[in-house]
Ligand binder design. Structure first.
Ligand code: ADP
Length: 604
């Protein structure tokens, strides 16, 4: 269930990754901004708005210039420090009204006027107005094309070689009475360092919005009622009536904001010195790498549920506390990339470990059960020699027997106990070889001796089934290693060939020296194996169904030992087989001293 959930999560995120990543980052940014409790702050600015009521009483949109005159005149009385105007005044209108506005501007202290980029040209206020301003600032609202939210504004905008600062920046500069000191990375005004690196976006600055209502807003109609609120402040004067707004802007709180308020918030961002800066690409990459490493280590080092628990905690932290904490310090990480990386790597690590552990468990379980089977078999096999030893010794103690009989019985006890010891030894060898603990001799011996000894030993067993064993070629070559082990291995191949053949068939042994390799092959005409069985026969305790059905007793240990012995000698096994037709087991060994025949061949 949890696994499905993880998969579903991965999938969902993967799906979203394609087209939603940027939007998710934005939503997360907005959410984090809303979740940040604003520290107490006394705003330095006031928005003076031409609101719906003002428009209604003063004659609508066409009366904007007389309204501005009225506002400036009233402001002149309450004496704000700076007045930044957010109404474009580039067209000539009614001469009387313009003259009145010019007069009002003349009596305004520290007036900043807006300019706008139209096409590739700056559209400035009429010269009569422009001459009265201490500065011109552009009013590009920095609206996000995706969702209409204004999150950042370009502090600098250049066209035709003419650069203009943002209206809010100019207002801040004039308020502080300082110059702007530029560097490629930031702007400095007085003691405030504004992190706005020069880029294609014109030194973008994230606006650290205050919650709605934090910056006082006064209607033009009510300026004279609030002299205290306005005196000495930086006033942003513009249209707040949304019906007249030129573009519909939203702030990250999801509320509609007039452009003039965006400038005021940008201004307060600078005044507070509480900047939000996007994390650099390299730190995003570093964070993602760290998260991947944490996920990997968690599932590698911790067992089962503990890993899942820690993985879940890490995911939770990455999705909530981590971005919030960075945000608190003014660093904005993209939300999507780290979260996606954490999810995908956690899911990947978890499923990998899940399957890995399950596979190991299954393997060790099947080994255990085969091991138990083998123990049963050994215990069963031990019974025969034990019974013989027990019986013989009892007879010997109970009865007085003729010397010949006594001798016979004690010889039997001796050989049966040797058989027992051999059985135990073989069994232990299997384990030790498997663990790589077996010590191997390293001495030269003739391959022919091994073959000869084994053929002699297997003779009686083959005879019982009337199976003819033929040595088809002469055996040449010297091997280096453990002769006893090699004999054990080759003997195993011979007994298997006899065991898994019906009576009156033939077993052929061949030897071939080629390129410094000795190929010792045992070919039978027995029950054979299919492809699938062939893949498993060297596994410890594996037996084919066919072999079980043949009624031959076995442990499934022999071949695993053979393979280990051969590979300990630097060689390999090759097997071909066909069900019902027979099998051919070939030991390919390194012949360290070239055979005479081969040397002769080369000379010839
Ligand atoms: P055992 O013979 O004790 O079962 P081995 O490890 O020697 O164990 O062999 C493993 C399995 O490989 C056998 O059980 C049998 O299924 C198969 N096998 C081995 N040799 C032959 C052969 N010559 N012909 C057919 N099957 C064989």
């Amino acid at each position: 269930m949890a696994y499905i959930a993880v998969l579903a999560g991965c999938f969902a995120i993967g799906m979203m990754a394609g087209w939603k990543a940027g939007q998710i980052d934005h939503y997360a940014y907005d959410l984090m901004l809303r979740l940040q409790p604003p520290e107490p702050w006394a705003p330095e600015s006031v928005v003076v708005g031409i609101d719906e009521e003002t428009l209604g009483l003063r004659g609508g949109a066409r009366a904007v210039r007389p309204i501005l005159s009225e506002a400036l005149d009233k402001l002149a009385v309450v004496k704000p420090k700076v007045v930044a105007l957010d109404v474009i005044l580039s067209d000539r209108e009614d001469p009387g009204e313009d003259a009145r506005l010019e007069a009002s501007m003349r009596s305004t202290r520290n007036l900043i006027l807006p300019c706008e980029l139209v096409g590739a040209k700056w559209e400035d206020p009429l010269p009569r107005f422009k001459d009265l301003a201490v500065a011109l600032g552009h009013v590009h609202p920095g609206q996000d094309g995706l969702d209409g939210v204004s999150r950042q504004i370009p502090l600098e905008e250049t066209t035709g070689g003419e650069r203009r600062w943002a209206l809010s920046l100019e207002a801040f500069r004039v308020t502080r009475g300082e110059a702007i000191v530029e560097s490629p990375e930031d702007l400095q005004i007085g003691g405030i360092l504004i992190p706005a690196a020069r880029s294609a976006g014109g030194r973008p600055m994230l606006v650290h919005y205050l919650p709605q209502g934090s910056i006082p807003t006064v209607s033009v109609l009510q300026i004279e009622q609030h002299p205290e609120m306005l005196r000495g402040k930086t006033v942003f004067l513009g249209v707040t009536a949304l019906s007249l707004a030129r573009d519909r802007l939203l702030n990250p709180y999801g509320e509609p904001v007039p452009g003039v308020a965006v400038h005021a918030h940008a201004f307060e961002t600078m005044a507070r010195g509480k900047f939000l800066t996007p994390a650099s690409d390299s730190s995003v990459l570093a964070l993602c790498l760290l998260l991947a490493a944490v996920a990997g280590a968690t599932f590698r080092l911790l067992p089962g549920w503990q890993a899942y628990l820690l993985g879940a905690v890490v995911l939770l932290v990455v999705m909530t506390a981590l971005p919030l904490e960075f945000f608190r310090y003014g660093i904005v990480f993209p939300y999507f990339a780290p979260v996606a990386v954490a999810w995908l790597t956690t899911a990947g690590a978890a499923s990998f470990q899940h399957f890995f552990v399950r596979r190991q468990l299954r393997r060790s379980e099947s080994e255990k059960s085969r091991y138990q089977q083998a123990i049963h078999w050994v215990a069963h096999e031990m019974r025969t020699p034990l019974t013989a030893i027990q019986g013989s010794s009892e007879i010997m103690t109970r009865y007085s027997l003729p010397e010949a009989k006594r001798h016979e019985l004690s010889a039997m006890i001796n050989s049966e106990s040797k058989r027992l010891a051999r059985m135990i030894q073989t069994f232990l060898d299997v384990e030790r070889l498997g663990e790589g603990e077996m010590e191997m001799k390293r001495e030269p011996f003739a391959a022919a001796d091994v073959v000869e000894a084994c053929l002699k030993r297997v003779g009686p067993i083959a005879e019982r089934k009337r199976i003819r064993i033929a040595l088809d070629t002469a055996v040449d070559g010297m091997l280096i290693g453990d002769r006893e082990l090699m004999e054990y291995a080759f003997y195993n191949l011979l007994t298997n060939a006899v065991k898994y053949s019906t009576s009156e068939t033939e077993v052929h042994v061949t030897a071939e020296s080629r390129n410094g390799e000795l190929r010792l092959a045992v070919r039978d005409q027995g029950i054979g194996m299919d492809e699938k069985e062939l893949k498993n026969i060297f596994r410890k305790f594996y037996r084919t169904k066919r072999a079980e059905a043949s009624g031959e007793v076995g442990t499934g240990i022999g071949l695993s030992l053979v393979e280990q012995i051969v590979s300990h000698h630097g060689g390999r096994m090759e097997v071909t087989s066909q069900p019902g037709k027979g099998s051919c087991f070939t030991m390919v060994l390194k012949a360290l001293i070239a055979s005479d025949a081969e040397t002769a061949d080369r000379r010839g």
